[in-house]
Write a protein of this length. Structure first.
Lengths: 299, 416
């Protein structure tokens, strides 16, 4: 069965690895045969992210789940990734970095452990290629710039497409410096997601929303990852501004750990990003997919 | 090849003409602003401050007055005849060790604290390695009545204990950083995390010519007083030097002393990095000598990292040089060939420190001792030259470390 969203519609572009090799079920024709029909044109990776996170008014929020690559250990990581990809609408894989200056202690700790296990960008690509995990929703890589720079942008884009990666989030790469990476990713239809924050001035906010690809990552408060918050009252106005400026789905991030927060954001954004709370779930040895389900409305 | 050469020449001309960094914060290919979006507004506001406040008559006056009556500038130029006799050279020290709080760091500390105040900051955060910048920031903030938090790696808290107590006495809160490499690099990560949490009210008082634009420019402008004074003092003392030596950690004292001499093309400039205890990654902090371009702490510059792009742990006997990056202007000066970057090992620095104590009655900081060691080596191959050495700080803070090393006999033999 091809991946479906909660309404039971096949998600455009949610292509499992077997389908990628042409072993497609009757209901999802190989992309090549769709050529000529604009509506059925193969969906670019970045549009795949957009489509997976787009919500119409009143629908429940999309969930973007974060987990650090190779965490809690290289063996348990891939089952966790597959499970999460089934329950979340998109998954960010964190590329561990020695100096995660925008992250709080939890993600720092998971990064350090992953590096200790030999996890690197190269490892992520190699393991994705070797294991061909069944990933039901689009996957993004969240990485600080230096590992990407060292890998080489063209090689990065090529390898990402080969391994089924749809886009990138780079916390230490502001729009002004993003030209070279953006160009390389763009050539292959990969997304470079732009972050906006409550201290971003209005003009800049518009420019960033216009430049973003896949979705707009709206940080709802200043600060490093992982600090729990209830949605501050001024956040609703801010999210309204972001929504107004963006043609893409807007996902709000930082500090989401319970259903009530997701519910509060639902009226103002298309989705939420859940990171630190998920890493904590893994730290405790609990089930990450179960946790994501707990953020959805009770059935 | 030829094109490169003329391109490099043009870059050096632009640098000397004061046209670099450009408006995007680039020194040629190096520099830039690689910070989280949360900080973009803060760095942009700081850029405006550097552009508008720094050159204003009011700011200039206040800074001049503080430098003169509180820091104790101009610092002396000291002739070092006994050392010169041993080295067969005419040796001069620019005495930043005589500045208030004992190192060049105070030039930057008071300058940025004044700027923070002018920009309306409510609190200041700083990082420190050797503790010299932390002490400078703490003192400057006390002077101006600004609350100050200093992040310091756990390893450095231990090896620079006297400075930790000084910061406390000066009213700063010292936070020991237990994450990452627990030295200067982790302290900067942590200071940035703090800044990200309150980019509007908090001023990040960075301690070297590193970080995102406009910091490398700001710190250079505040440290350039070293070279301006030294050049005039050398002229007054009989003539310009043949060579200038400075130690390079993040590169602030070096850029400060070099800047006034960049246009004197016949004066050789040497930046001395920490060669540590070996040439393998992790055994030294020789960023320019052994690194490759990369991005850390907000700028694109030479950097020590492995094949996966992970920043490498560094080593130096001197905490102030124990850093895997270097300011972007130094990367440009290396690229265009205007400055030579060499290394001095832990052992060479320790020996140079003892020799300086014994010959001139000056206990240099372990950082500064690297510049002495580099100068000594050069003098051995270039006898009879006039040499200016940036004495970036005094070694009192290093006594806990020095107590672990027996006094070296190198100097004694020569004198006997
Ligand atoms: C005395 C002294 N010299 C040099 C340095 C190295 O810093 P920079 O390269 O920025 O001058 C330090 C840093 O703590 C220091 O304390």
């Amino acid at each position: 069965m091809s991946p479906r969203d909660r309404n039971g519609n096949a998600r455009p572009g949610s292509v499992s690895p077997r389908e990628r090799e042409g072993d497609a079920r009757p209901e999802s024709l190989p992309p090549l045969e769709r050529k000529g029909d604009a509506r059925l044109e193969p969906v670019s990776p970045r549009d795949r992210i957009r489509d997976a996170l787009t919500r119409s008014q009143g629908e429940q929020a999309a969930i973007v789940a974060y987990l650090t690559a190779g965490y809690p250990d290289p063996e348990r990581f891939f089952p966790a990734l597959e499970d999460l990809a089934r329950v979340a609408d998109a998954v960010e894989i964190g590329v561990p970095f020695s100096d995660p200056m925008a992250d709080g202690v939890t993600i720092q700790r998971s990064s350090e452990q992953a590096i200790g296990h030999g996890v690197s960008l190269r490892w992520i690509f190699d393991e994705l290629a070797r294991r061909e995990p069944d990933l039901a929703s689009p996957i993004l890589l969240m990485s600080y710039l230096n590992p990407l720079l060292v890998f080489g942008y063209d090689a990065l884009a090529e390898r990402s497409v080969e391994c089924g990666i749809s886009g990138f989030i780079v916390p230490d790469l502001p729009y002004e410096e993003s030209g070279p990476l953006r160009a390389a990713l763009s050539q292959r239809g990969l997304a470079l997601v732009q972050m906006v924050t409550p201290v971003t001035p209005p003009e800049r906010l518009e420019a960033l929303c216009a430049a973003s690809e896949g979705f707009v990552y709206a940080v709802t408060r200043t600060g490093i990852t992982g600090r729990a918050v209830s949605l501050p009252p001024e956040a609703t106005e801010y999210l309204a501004q972001v929504k107004a400026a963006s043609g893409l789905p807007v996902c709000a991030g930082f500090g989401v750990r319970e259903r009530a927060q997701v519910e509060a954001i639902e009226k103002h954004a298309d989705g939420v990003v859940v990171g630190t709370a998920l890493v904590e779930v893994l730290e405790r040895g609990d089930d990450p997919a179960e946790f994501v389900r707990s953020l959805r409305p009770a059935r | 090849m030829h094109e490169d050469a003329s391109e490099h020449e043009a870059l050096l001309d632009a640098l000397i003409a004061g046209k670099l960094p450009d408006e995007r914060g680039r020194f040629g290919p190096f520099g830039g602003q690689y910070v989280p979006e949360t900080l973009m507004t803060a760095v942009n506001r700081l850029s405006e401050g550097v552009r508008d406040v720094l050159p204003s008559a009011d700011f200039r006056q206040r800074l001049e007055a503080e430098l003169k009556t509180w820091v104790g500038r101009p610092t002396a130029l000291t002739h070092a005849p006994r050392l010169g006799e041993r080295w067969d050279a005419d040796v001069w020290f620019k005495r930043e060790d005589l500045a208030h709080t004992g190192a060049h760091k105070i030039n930057n500390g008071i300058g940025q604290a004044l700027l923070a105040q002018a920009l309306g900051a409510k609190r200041v955060v700083a990082e420190t390695g050797a503790g010299q910048h932390g002490v400078a920031a703490a003192a400057a903030c006390a002077r101006l009545g600004l609350p100050c938090v200093v992040y310091m790696g756990e390893v450095d808290v231990e090896r620079q204990a006297p400075n930790v107590d000084r910061m406390g006495r000066l009213g700063a809160e010292v936070v020991a950083v237990t994450s990452g490499d627990r030295t200067l690099r982790a302290a900067i990560d942590e200071a940035i995390r703090d800044w990200v949490s309150d980019p509007e009210g908090t001023y990040y008082l960075i301690g070297s010519a590193i970080g995102p634009h406009p910091y490398p420019l700001l710190v250079r402008e505040l440290q350039a007083v070293i070279g301006r004074e030294a050049r005039a003092q050398m002229l007054a003392a009989g003539g310009l030097p043949d060579a200038v030596f400075a130690c390079v950690g993040g590169g602030s004292n070096a850029i400060g002393i070099f800047h006034a001499f960049l246009a004197d093309r016949d004066i050789a400039l040497f930046g001395i990095e920490a060669g540590g205890c070996g040439s393998a990654l992790g055994q030294h902090s020789a960023t320019i000598a052994a690194g490759r371009p990369g991005v850390l702490h907000g700028n694109y510059s030479m950097l020590l990292y492995d094949d996966d792009g992970q920043i490498q742990e560094t080593h130096s006997v001197s905490a102030g040089l124990d850093y895997p990056g270097v300011g972007p202007e130094h990367s440009l000066l290396k690229l265009v060939g205007r400055v030579d970057y060499e290394t001095a090992s832990d052992a060479e620095a320790l020996a140079a420190l003892d020799e300086c104590c014994e010959a001139e009655g000056i206990l240099p900081a372990l950082e500064s001792a690297h510049a002495l060691a580099g100068a000594k080596r050069w003098a051995a191959n270039n006898p009879g030259r006039r040499i200016l050495i940036g004495m970036s700080g005094r070694g009192d803070k290093d006594m806990p470390i020095l107590s672990r090393y027996p006094r070296s006999e190198a100097g004694v033999d020569v004198a006997a």
